[in-house]
Write a protein of this length. Structure first.
Length: 229
């Protein structure tokens, strides 16, 4: 795990944008396309706004989400709404977006179709993950009935429906193997509490206790942690 510490979120956002633009540009130059997986929440908003202003060939970039709440795209809790309003604007308005919510009545009934959509993207260029105070990442929650399946590297699933124990809304989450199928993973966090959780994750090895460990302690995909103190 490569840990980069920043004094404030502004410094972190600027450095993270520079890193992501370099990775996307390199992928476009090498392969003719690139892909970016982002996460919801308050933390990435500043990063999204800065990234949206960068000049690159966004028509060759596919953007999707690490997880999504099973709500309509105009719902206040929708991660898609967050991305559409804060990232897929300005220069980035021409990027292709792959949603993790469809018209199915439940996350479970929509799982197969969304898995097929994700399979069209191929290996991701860069995945940016958040982390909760409980050590979850994407919607891989400790104590969830689906956590074991979500962390199973041999399951062959791109995504799975999740019913959080104490969070609202059904979720659709990428599985651990799908998240790891990337050139680079970046964990983006801020604040003292998240720093403490990161230290706890580093001190133990039970990935079911703190699912973020499954990302931080694997050796398949390079991981960097960007933390604003």
């Amino acid at each position: 795990m490569d840990l980069l510490e920043f004094e404030n979120t502004s410094a972190l956002d600027a450095e993270l944008v520079s890193k992501v633009v370099d990775l996307l540009t390199m992928a476009i130059d090498q392969h003719g396309y690139a892909s970016l997986v982002v996460s919801g929440g308050r933390t990435p908003k500043g990063f999204f706004h800065l990234l949206s202003q960068e000049f690159l060939d966004w028509s060759k970039v596919t953007v999707t989400l690490a997880d999504e709440r099973w709500v309509d795209a105009d719902h206040k809790d929708s991660n898609e709404k967050l991305v559409q309003e804060n990232l897929l604007i300005n220069e980035a308005h021409g990027a292709r977006f792959v949603a993790l919510k469809n018209s199915a009545s439940s996350a479970l009934s929509g799982e197969e179709s969304i898995g097929q959509d994700l399979s069209t993207i191929g290996r991701f260029t860069v995945v940016i993950l958040g982390m909760g105070d409980d050590g979850h990442t994407a919607s891989l929650f400790p104590g969830s009935e689906t956590l074991s399946a979500g962390l199973d590297k041999e399951a062959g699933r791109h995504c799975l429906a999740v019913q959080p124990l104490d969070a609202p809304h059904e979720r659709m989450s990428m599985t651990l193997p799908r998240l790891l199928d990337s050139e680079q993973i970046i964990v983006h966090i801020s604040g003292e509490n998240k720093g403490n959780v990161l230290a706890m994750a580093d001190a133990g090895d039970d990935r079911f206790e703190l699912p973020i460990r499954a990302v931080l302690q694997q050796t398949i995909t390079p991981v960097s942690v960007y933390w604003a103190k």
